[in-house]
Design a protein around this ligand. Structure first.
Ligand code: NAD
Ligand code: IPM
Ligand code: MN
Length: 349
């Protein structure tokens, strides 16, 4: 029996179909003992046979694979976005991948739009709750299409869901040598959910006396992320705020093309995807930045215990950034393929 890690690959739509094969080339170059199995879930498949996720698809992923590597889902030909909901959001929900870990690391000053920013000033992690909040699609319409129409969209916060993601954030802080965990919310307005998060946060913080608990409203946090990101270490927040602040955080790192993420349930098959979407306007043109996907691949390797290979990949991305062997969105002259090939060659050395 082989001891390789089995990785399911879902490139998905748009630039996902470009960045993922390129990131795989880099992972292969690292010599990591991994086997990839590709799945065609995405808009093309949905438009051809109506299937988003085949029957038992999620059980199969959890049973047969050690990790899942995803590109992006979203296609203008599917305006309802139904396939993205069924594939991406349901993967998070059905595999119960409750912690969306989004590291924010500036690799080189040249990438950051902030004046005088240095890599050691932008180095924090957002832990986004990933299975609840307004993403549960609960709510409804009443008197639809009439002048009296009412729409509700529920924000679901369970004691269990809140507690486990907060504990994950503290454990993550401890494991990575961070001294602070900051909870971010709108508890001044969303008082019921805010009260639950705040109480649980205070309780869980007591289990971690070595870590300083902090709070900031999410609007103030946005200001802080731009004015003084150096103060941030680990941020824990709900599903929607986490989504929004990680696009802002991506800008600090050089844009969406640079940002990596993992959707984690400790001990279970977890899923790794760059933060960016399918970017239909630039899809198929060999211009998408593959670094977010490559760094996501490194995160996945580290999660699988392949730390040496993960480090090699991260080092090579850093070298590429410093040598300006990058795509145009971050100021370099290369195409997607050329950038990834440069990195793969470095990794293989
Ligand atoms: P997007 O992330 O696709 O693009 C936002 C902007 O960033 C665009 O200008 C795009 O060109 C640029 N960009 C993104 N990734 C890039 C990369 N790797 N290299 C260079 N530039 C890059 O977000 P959007 O335009 O809001 O959404 C497009 C589609 O993707 C929608 O259908 C959306 O629902 C979907 N989406 C999917 C995911 C996911 O699957 N994880 C995430 C976000 C958006
Ligand atoms: C992300 C994306 C998704 C989200 C969309 C595509 C549903 O923006 O992964 O950040 O909102 O979670
Ligand atoms: Mn997003």
């Amino acid at each position: 029996m082989s001891s390789s890690k089995r990785i399911a690959v879902i490139p998905g739509d748009g630039i996902g179909k470009e960045v993922i094969p390129n990131a795989i080339e880099v992972i292969r170059a690292s010599g990591a003992p991994v086997e990839f199995t590709a799945f065609d879930w995405g808009a093309d498949r949905y438009l051809s046979d109506g299937i988003t996720v085949p029957p038992d698809g999620f059980q199969m992923l959890a049973r047969d694979f050690d990790a899942i590597f995803v590109g992006a889902l979203g296609d203008p030909r599917v305006p309802t976005n139904i396939h993205a909901k069924e594939i991406l959001l349901n993967m998070r929900f059905k595999l119960d991948l409750y912690a969306n870990v989004r590291p924010v690391r500036l690799l080189d000053s040249s990438l950051c739009p902030l004046k005088n920013a240095r890599p050691d000033n932008v180095n924090f992690t957002v832990i986004r709750e990933n299975t609840e909040g307004v993403y549960t699609n609960m709510g409804g319409s009443f008197k639809l299409g009439t002048p009296d129409e009412v729409a509700t969209q529920e924000d679901i916060n369970t004691r269990k869901g809140v507690e486990r993601v907060i504990r994950f954030a503290f454990e993550h802080a401890r494991a990575t040598g961070c001294r602070k965990v900051l909870i971010s919310d709108k508890s001044n307005v969303m008082t019921f959910a805010g009260d639950l998060w705040q109480r649980v946060f205070k309780e869980v913080a007591q289990e971690f006396p070595d870590i300083q608990p902090q709070h900031m409203y999410v609007d103030a946090l946005c200001l802080q992320m731009v004015r003084e990101p150096r103060a941030l270490e680990v941020i824990v927040t709900n599903n929607m705020f986490g989504d929004i602040i990680t696009d802002l955080a991506a800008a600090l790192q050089g844009g969406l093309g640079m940002a990596a993420s993992g959707n984690i349930h400790p001990g279970r098959t977890s899923m790794f995807e760059p933060v960016h979407g399918s970017a239909p306007q630039i899809a198929g043109k060999n211009v998408a930045n593959p670094m977010g996907a490559i760094l996501t691949g490194a995160m996945m390797l580290a999660h699988l215990g392949l730390n040496a290979q993960a480090q090699k990949v991260e080092n090579a991305v850093l070298e590429a950034v410093r040598a300006k062997k990058t795509t145009v969105d971050v100021g370099g002259p290369l195409g997607t393929r050329e950038c990834a090939t440069w990195i793969a060659e470095r990794v293989a050395k």
